[in-house]
Each structure stands twice: as C-alpha cells, then as structure tokens.
Ligand binder design. Structure first.
Ligand SMILES: NC(=O)c1ccc[n+]([C@@H]2O[C@H](COP(=O)([O-])OP(=O)(O)OC[C@H]3O[C@@H](n4cnc5c(N)ncnc54)[C@H](OP(=O)(O)O)[C@@H]3O)[C@@H](O)[C@H]2O)c1
Length: 322
C-alpha cells in the first residue's frame, strides 16, 4: 500500500524514489524503474501480493503482509540492509530508517540532508518543525522523557524499525560558574545528557533488532575545557562517557556506536567562518560511518577543521597559558 512518496520537482518520474509502507510496518524506498525490473521478481515470499503500475505516472502500489527482506540484504552496511543505490548490479538497497534529534537546523539538518541524499528515510525529532517535504518530523521537546518515549513509539509505529539514531540536539549555555543560572544548568543536563540517554534507551530494542548504528554528537568541548563552559563542557564530557558505556553495553547485541567529536561547525551562517566545518561535512561523515562493515566499531571519531584559525602563541609558549 503506497503511503507516501518523495518527489523532487522536475525529476524524471521513472526514477523517483517511492516510499512504500506495508502492513508489515516496514518501509522501503524503492527506485521505481529498478523495482519493476529487478525487485518485483524477487518478492516471491509475499504471503499476499498485489502490485499495480499506473502507466506513465510511475506510481507503484504494493499490498502485502510480509516481505522476506533478508533476500534483499546480502551484506554490509548498517542493519545488513543490502547494497546502496547504484552500487553495481542488483537491487537498490532498502532505505534505512534514521532518527535525528534536532534536525530542523544547524548540524542536525546537515546530517539529515546527507542521509536523505544517500537514500535513507529520515525522521527528525524536532521541537521546532521545519516543514521540509523530504523530512519526516515528530514534534519533541527533549527536556521531557515522556515526549521522547512517545516520539520513539511514533517512529516505530510509522516505520516499524530504526536503523540509525543520531543524538544530535544540544544547547550551549555559557557563563562563569558563579553566574550560570540553575535553569541553564538544568536545561543543559536535560537536553545534552539526559535526552541522549532516554532516546538511546527507547531506541535500543529497535537498534538491536536492526543491528543498527547509534551516533552521539560529542564535541571538542568535552575534551578541552574552557572558561564559562561548565554546562557545555561537563555535559559533553559526560556524553562521551555515556557513549563509551554504550559501546560496551550494546556491541555484543549487534549495535555499533560512534561518537563524533567535532571542532567548530558553521551551524549558522556568520561572516568569516568559512574555515569551520560545515554541517553537511558532518552529515557525510555519518553516511560513511553507517556504511562501514559490521566488523568495524567507529567508537570515537574526532574531527577538526582542515585550516582552523592560527593561535597567537605557539610552541612551548603555549604552556604559559595553561
Ligand atoms: N556548532 C559547533 O561548533 C559544534 C561543535 C562541536 C559539536 N557540536 C555539537 O553538534 C550538535 C549540533 O550542534 P549545532 O551547533 O548544530 O546546534 P544548533 O544549530 O544550536 O541547533 C541545536 C538543535 O538542538 C535543538 N534543541 C535544543 N533544545 C531542544 C529541546 N529542548 N528539544 C528539542 N530540540 C532541542 C534545536 O531545536 P530548536 O530549533 O527548537 O531550538 C536545534 O535543532 C550538538 O550536539 C553540539 O554539541 C557543535
């Protein structure tokens, strides 16, 4: 049963990705042309199958109860989800269901865009929906553990699986320790640390089932501490610790865990920040991490801008500033 379609304006209708949600609650993003030529003959294991092609509109309708998806999942990539689109002969890989917190703007948006461009189905857990047609959104204020549980349930209800969770959203509240407000401290703990814990906890059964990938957006701030950074540095350092525990707790159940610890990212357009990492750079990195073979645990990935601003001091003089 065709539930949703993703269509690019002006695109060739025969190569549009179709998003098909079956009664099995699994979701498949299929290339229409390839699907007809290559995929349909393999679907012999539908217990009930009906397909209908509306000539000239590239509309494809599938009505099924169960698909033996492993037939499409020969090897590799997160969740054992088969070959990527265009990766040699054979069927397109099945779209991964990816959840990104804070996908409405900044780095989360770059991650969501890159995954979507790679053929994945991206669900943003967004406090502020951005309304992009290519992005699925569930409204979620990450300060509420009930809202987080409900949002993950909603993703599971709509798509039946989660292959990748990206714990991206965060707040940055900077003030000297004696002036940092209790509200800013509490909010930082809630959004930067507790929310990734609750999100991971809720998504874990799905990630275990899909042999998926769990990503934490860490930060240099979790490794290099600075003035006025109590709320941000502490929550990011603790997030790194949470992620390392996640590696140990989940690896034997097939889940891979990656912490990305970036330096400065141009999360919002500002003059003179061309030297910073771009949100899409981080997105491309997540796509690559999700494509690594299951034998690789990309536990901790530090990323720096290629040409950061030069320090006014260098060499042993640096020690005078510690
Ligand atoms: N920017 C950098 O230089 C940098 C460097 C290293 C690491 N990072 C890490 O990268 C990640 C993204 O950072 P960014 O700079 O791209 O962030 P950003 O542009 O400030 O965006 C923050 C995101 O978090 C969301 N968010 C904040 N509070 C929320 C809440 N209570 N409920 C739901 N969503 C909430 C925001 O949603 P709203 O739009 O609703 O506020 C927004 O989507 C963070 O984990 C950050 O620590 C950033």
């Amino acid at each position: 049963m065709l539930k949703e379609q993703t269509r690019g304006a002006g695109a060739d209708p025969t190569s549009l990705p179709l998003l098909v949600e079956g009664r099995s609650k699994r979701v498949y993003r299929l290339d229409a042309e390839r699907c007809l030529v290559e995929l349909l003959p393999t679907l012999s294991s539908f217990s009930s199958q009906r397909h209908e092609v509306v000539q000239g509109t590239a509309e494809l309708r599938l009505d099924f109860f169960e698909l033996a998806a492993e037939r499409l999942e020969p090897e590799g990539a997160v969740g054992g989800r088969g070959r990527a689109r265009g990766a040699g002969k054979g069927v397109s890989r099945v779209a991964r269901v990816v959840v990104v917190s804070g996908a409405n703007r900044g780095t989360g948006r770059g991650i969501a865009e890159a995954l979507q461009a790679a053929g994945d189905l991206v669900m943003g857990l967004n406090r502020t929906p951005c309304g992009e047609s290519w992005l699925h959104e569930v409204r979620c204020d990450l300060r509420s553990r009930e809202a987080i549980a409900a949002a993950v349930d909603e993703v599971a209800r709509r798509f039946g699986r989660i292959d990748v969770l990206v714990n991206n959203a965060a707040v940055r509240r900077f003030a000297p320790l004696d002036q940092l407000s209790p509200d800013d401290w509490e909010e930082s703990l809630a959004v930067n640390l507790s929310a990734p814990f609750y999100l991971t906890r809720a998504a874990a059964p799905h990630l275990i089932a899909s042999k998926g990938l769990l990503v934490f957006m860490g930060s240099h701030a979790g490794m290099h501490f600075f003035e006025a950074g109590a709320a941000y540095c502490c929550t990011k350092a603790a997030l790194h610790a949470l992620a390392e525990v996640a590696v140990r707790d989940l690896r034997y159940r097939g889940v891979r865990v990656a912490t990305i610890a970036p330096g400065a990212i141009a999360n919002r357009p500002l003059p003179d920040d061309g030297w910073k990492l771009k949100p899409r750079d981080i997105g491309e990195l997540v796509v690559k991490l999700a494509s690594l073979p299951p034998s690789v645990m990309p536990a901790f990935v530090e990323v720096r801008p290629g040409k950061p601003l030069k320090l006014p001091v260098a060499g042993i003089d640096l020690l005078q500033h510690l």
